[in-house]
Design a protein around this ligand. Structure first.
Ligand code: 3HC
Length: 695
């Protein structure tokens, strides 16, 4: 039989007694329908009197198969199914081996598991990350990994979704050999070894899983504690439990669990998050040229400036840190040093690289030393006059083409840019605290910002391993603007009858890691207090004030965790509600003469989320965010929004525009100023469309 192909994506090559099957479906060789069909046909053809004595499967390009084609999820099934194809491979009369390079993930690793011997290529990694998509391995992973590596290892791998390196995979029997070289040549050499009896082959249905009820019970208890909201992890345990029986029975249980998980809204939310993370950098400017980023200047050694500096240093970019006085500079250096030490502890930085990373930091009291920087990020406190003074100086000091960025979280970048003679080089780079940990970077594009400056913002985000989201100029940009709106809603709920603890609990049940009052205590209540005072004169007088309770708390000097008291008291490991706050709430309610309401936890979630969606819809409508998905990613990566709900506007689609409009109209009977239906939402309700249609 000569070289042939079953379709465009699957090629068969004959070399003597060996048949090679090459998968070529860029970029990551996902098992799309054509790949599944091609593999099935190839195995059938080769077993059907082709004369070949052994089959070796490998992949072209940068990686072996990285999984099922996620784009096919949610669409009607397109046969043949991956489990069926893999069973055909496992039952092949001819021995089949696989050569895995790059990242063999999900259905890709499961393809390897179904072959009769697996060869790993040097820096390869294997993994079953389906849990991150709200799923479980659906093509044999829960049945074949416990057979090869035992139940405890299978539980760890499948419930964490982590990638396992070649050496570890070899140690646990997931691969048979770890070699280096070109995948095609490795396929030929190892296939020859099978023919020569030097490489043993075996089918996983001939291997039994060693029972381990204790490990399964421990995993169930851990999930109940750590991942109570998620559906598929529990299904993983159920499927792994079935791996002690016959393989075909276990595969059936696994398949049903996979189908059940796929039907959960949380799987759609997590898949939206997967594509959303990648979609946000898909903006017109990012396709064009960007500027060099060899050295970054940072003005301000406070928490933000030091966090940004740490992030740049960890990405290998030299940083010049500027402060006005020596004590401020010393504090900045100390914070960065501590951050880097923390990075070593958390294995984000190797101990060997610690010194050389810190050595890339050059502190200075002279702004003139920024003259050789490609980008300067100003991270001083939020005062327009101070910022204007800094940007005027930077305009005089920085070299031509240098980018001047502000880390402001709400100020008008156009106004800042206008004090320079180079507004095209000015941009907002809004990091989130702690900046070396939080992954969100709002890239705020002002009226005159040049496209290559925007592209450089996105290139920086990528270098820093952050999620860059394009935002327009307005008070608070995407995230803080929306936060200000639903923050009011939380304030109204507290005044009208809910306690801060009830609100926190309701939202934690919904999936937030922390309720808004716990977050406030953590961030410092003085920040919001200062903002309310700053905005007091310009506040919309028709809008009901929501800060009475918070103001009284701050007047007592209770700023949250850092002062030991806020909405909660922080004397012991577990914070308890501050009894003084309950008294303040009673007094403020009595003063305002409000008739109290009883809110169920569901009422709280509905109002809070509807307020968030209302402002998010306006942010999309006025193009502060390019698309709904940009809002969603801001909330997933900057505001602790539960990933399994996909983001506020993905969540809005699960409720539907009509229902949201009816809710808002209902709430408007209490406060018609705050609760107004955004035009975009009204149009969607009238036309039956969704936010997803705008992505
Ligand atoms: N299906 C469809 N598209 C995929 C994909 C997949 N499994 N994996 C990656 N892609 C796409 C990405 O969306 C991206 O598209 P874009 O260029 O249009 O934005 C492109 O491939 C490149 O991906 P990355 O930008 O992520 O490239 P990286 O090199 O940074 O990472 C990767 C490569 C490690 C493979 C990463 O893409 C990844 O983790 N992919 C997902 C792997 C996964 O979850 N596999 C399990 C799928 S579920 C499954 O297999 C079910 C089975 O058990 C039945």
């Amino acid at each position: 039989m000569s070289n042939t192909s079953t379709n465009d994506l699957i090629a068969i090559e004959r070399v003597g007694d060996i048949a090679l099957i090459c998968i070529n479906n860029p970029p990551v060789n996902a098992t799309s329908q054509a790949v599944r069909q091609g593999l099935q046909d190839a195995i059938a053809t080769l077993n059907d009197d082709s004369g070949a004595k052994v089959i070796a499967i490998y992949a072209a390009g940068r990686t072996f198969v990285a999984g099922a084609d996620i784009k096919e999820f949610g669409k009607p099934p397109m046969p043949p199914s991956l489990p069926d194809v893999l069973n055909i491979i496992e039952q092949s009369a001819l021995p089949v081996i696989s050569v895995m390079h790059g990242t063999a993930l999900g259905g890709g690793f499961e393809l390897g598991l179904a072959t009769h011997a697996r060869i790993g290529v040097e820096s390869m990694r294997v993994g079953l990350p389906e849990i991150h998509l709200g799923l479980l391995p659906g093509a044999g992973g829960t049945q074949r990994v416990p057979r090869l590596a035992g139940i405890p290892f299978a539980l760890d791998m499948i419930l964490s979704g982590r990638q396992v390196g070649g050496a570890e995979a070899l140690e646990h029997g997931l691969i048979d050999r770890l070699v280096s070289g070109d995948p095609r040549q490795i396929a030929l050499d190892n296939a020859q070894d099978v023919l020569d009896g030097k490489l043993a082959t075996r089918r996983t249905d001939q291997i039994g899983t060693i029972p381990d009820q204790k490990a399964l019970d421990e995993a169930t208890a851990m999930l109940a504690k750590k991942l109570p909201h998620l559906f598929s992890p529990h299904k993983c345990v159920e499927a792994i439990t079935a791996s002690t029986g016959p393989l075909l029975d276990g595969l059936k249980i696994e398949r049903q669990a996979f189908v059940d998980s796929m039907q959960q809204p949380q799987s759609a939310g997590l898949i939206h998050a997967f594509f959303g993370e990648r979609a946000v950098s898909n903006i017109p400017e990012a396709k064009g040229p960007s500027r060099e980023l060899n050295k970054i200047g940072i003005i301000g050694g406070g928490t933000m400036g030091s966090g940004i500096a740490t992030s740049c240093l960890l990405a290998g970019i030299p940083v010049r840190l500027i402060e006005v006085a020596q004590d401020g500079l010393d504090r900045g250096i100390a914070t960065i040093t501590k951050n880097l030490e923390g990075a070593v502890k958390r294995s984000k930085l190797s101990a060997e690289k610690y010194e050389s990373t810190l050595a890339m930091l050059t502190p200075s009291l002279e702004m003139e030393t920024l003259s050789d920087c490609d980008l300067v990020i100003e991270a001083v406190f939020e005062d327009m006059d101070v910022k204007k003074e800094i940007f005027t100086k930077l305009d005089a000091i920085c070299k031509d083409g240098a980018i001047l960025a502000s880390n402001t979280s709400y100020l008008d970048i156009n106004e800042i840019a206008a004090v320079t003679k180079r507004p095209q080089d000015v941009i907002g780079l809004h990091f989130f605290s702690p900046a070396h940990v939080m992954r969100l970077l709002e890239i705020v594009v002002a009226e005159k910002t040049a496209p290559d400056v925007v592209a450089t913002g996105f290139a920086l985000a990528k270098k820093l391993k952050k999620i860059g989201v394009r935002a327009g100029v307005c008070d608070g940009f995407i995230g803080n603007r929306i936060l200000a709106h639903y923050g009011l809603c939380a304030g109204y709920l507290t005044m009208d009858g809910a306690s801060p603890q009830q609100i926190d609990n309701a939202l934690e049940q919904f999936g937030f890691a922390m309720g808004p009052y716990k977050v406030g205590d953590l961030a410092g209540l003085d920040i919001g207090w200062m903002t309310r005072k700053r905005k007091a004169d310009t506040r919309d007088k028709n809008q009901r004030y929501a800060g009475d309770i918070a103001d009284r708390i701050c007047e007592n000097g209770w700023f949250g965790r850092k002062s030991g008291k806020g909405y909660y008291v922080y004397d012991d490991a577990t914070p308890v509600p501050n009894p003084e706050v309950a008294k303040i709430i009673d007094t403020e309610r009595a003063k305002s003469g409000i008739s109290l309401q009883e809110f169920s936890d569901q009422d709280i979630v509905d109002r809070y989320m509807t307020a968030m969606i209302v402002e998010a819809a306006r942010v999309v409508e006025d193009k502060t965010a390019l698309r709904p998905v940009d809002v969603d990613m801001v909330f997933l990566f900057g505001y602790g929004f539960p990933r399994f709900r996909g983001g506020p506007l993905h969540y809005a689609d699960t409720i539907g525009a009509k229902e949201l409009v009816s809710r808002i109209e209902n709430y408007a009977s209490e406060d018609g100023h705050f609760w107004q239906v955004p035009n975009l939402l009204q149009k969607m309700a009238d036309g039956g469309s969704k936010f997803a249609d705008l992505n």
